[in-house]
Design a protein around this ligand. Structure first.
Ligand code: MN
Length: 371
């Protein structure tokens, strides 16, 4: 089986640092999502993957070793106390992939356009779903959805989920942090994987989709493609191609981008506030004649709604029946839409004109049918 991989790790649009780390050093692939204070998360995820990379042996043993290393560092450095990380790792062997997993990062198998989740989230909400206390749908918006029930490096020992899957030609394995899956549903992930043939392009598009959905967390996506079973001619001893990213656990330093985004957000908020205040002043200065409770009424504001909010309120309901005005062709359509006026006096003049028109019509009716 030939392997090609692509990976993308992005700070997202809200966080001040990227605490995710990834390892793409065929045949070992892993994603880690660190947590715990300013530096803690970054150190925990990077240290876990660095350990995973150096130790060779059964995958679950490597993960337990990574747990021990992170835990001991958190004891020896007060600034890192309480740090921890998720870890979802895959090792490719000929036609199988071995998996080891702790936390709420995920592994997926994409085959024939369908996405299958290979890992279970070690989160409080997932436990509540399994116990039937909340639905899967409720879990996706639950305020405590990011609370982990298991993480690497927070205790001397950790329980590691292990699994393995057979892989076929054209299969894809996706490893990702919750910054992707919290923002992008499985359906959209599957369609991105279907549309991007190149694994690097797929990883980049997944990260972009999470940012387009809000990017509230760090996003990491690692896509591993499996091809054929035959070695390409003249390439006998290469069983894997390195992905474009460096093999070391890495982290884009995008602090500058975060600072610039902060300024842009502040400016956007300021503009929105000025616009709202301006709109409010403008709206309050406007009048129109419309219908309230079946009667002609004077309104303050403009005859419109924005996002369900009415931009007007009734000031006076007159004695004039709207149904009578609607018999007058001149007024009917305009009254329905609201007849705007620059001042209250102007609005009252409009109503006076309606009264005059009604009186005139009544006089004409008294004189008999039109001839
Ligand atoms: Mn995360």
């Amino acid at each position: 089986m030939r392997i090609a991989a692509g990976a993308s790790s992005d700070i997202g649009l809200v966080r001040e640092a990227n605490e995710d780390s990834l390892l793409a050093e065929p045949p070992v692939f892993a994603v880690a999502d660190g947590m715990g204070g300013h530096r803690g998360g970054e150190v925990a995820s990077a240290l876990a993957l660095e350990t995973l990379r150096q130790v060779r042996g059964p995958l679950a043993d490597q993960v337990r070793e990574a747990n021990r290393v992170v835990f001991e560092r958190s004891l020896s450095d007060r600034a890192l106390s309480g740090m921890g990380t998720t870890l979802t790792a895959a090792v490719a062997e000929e036609t199988r992939v071995r998996l080891a997993h702790v936390g709420d990062s995920r592994a997926y198998l994409w085959r024939d356009g369908r996405l299958r989740r290979l890992t279970e989230d070690h989160t409080l909400v997932n436990q509540m779903v399994k116990e039937g206390k909340i639905t899967e749908q409720e879990a996706t918006v639950h305020p405590q959805r990011s609370i982990l029930t298991r993480a690497l490096g927070v205790d001397r020992d950790v329980r590691v989920d292990e699994d393995s899957v057979d892989v076929l030609d054209q299969d894809r394995i996706l490893l990702c942090s919750d910054g992707l899956t919290a923002m992008v549903g499985d359906g959209q992930i599957a369609s991105v994987l279907a549309q991007a043939a190149d694994p690097q392009e797929a990883a980049d598009l997944l990260a972009r989709a999470a940012n387009e959905a809000g990017g509230i967390d760090n996003i990491t996506a690692l896509v591993v493609d499996f091809r054929g079973g035959d070695e390409p001619p003249g390439d006998g001893d290469r069983s894997a191609e390195s992905p474009r990213p460096a093999a070391e656990p890495r982290r884009p330093s995008l602090l500058e981008r975060g600072a610039r985004l902060g300024l842009a957000l502040a400016a956007a908020v300021a503009i929105a506030v000025v616009a709202l205040v301006g709109l409010r002043l403008y709206v309050d200065g406007q009048w129109f004649v419309g219908v309230s409770d079946g009667r002609v009424a004077l309104f303050r504001g403009i005859p419109a709604e924005v996002a369900g909010f009415k931009l007007h309120h009734v000031v006076v309901e007159t004695e004039v029946q709207a149904s009578e005005i609607e018999q007058l062709a001149l007024w009917r359509d305009r009254l329905r839409d609201g007849i705007t006026a620059p001042s209250r006096d102007d609005a009252e003049e409009i109503v006076d004109q309606m009264r005059a028109d009604l009186a005139k019509r009544a006089r004409e009716a008294a004189q008999g049918p039109n001839g």
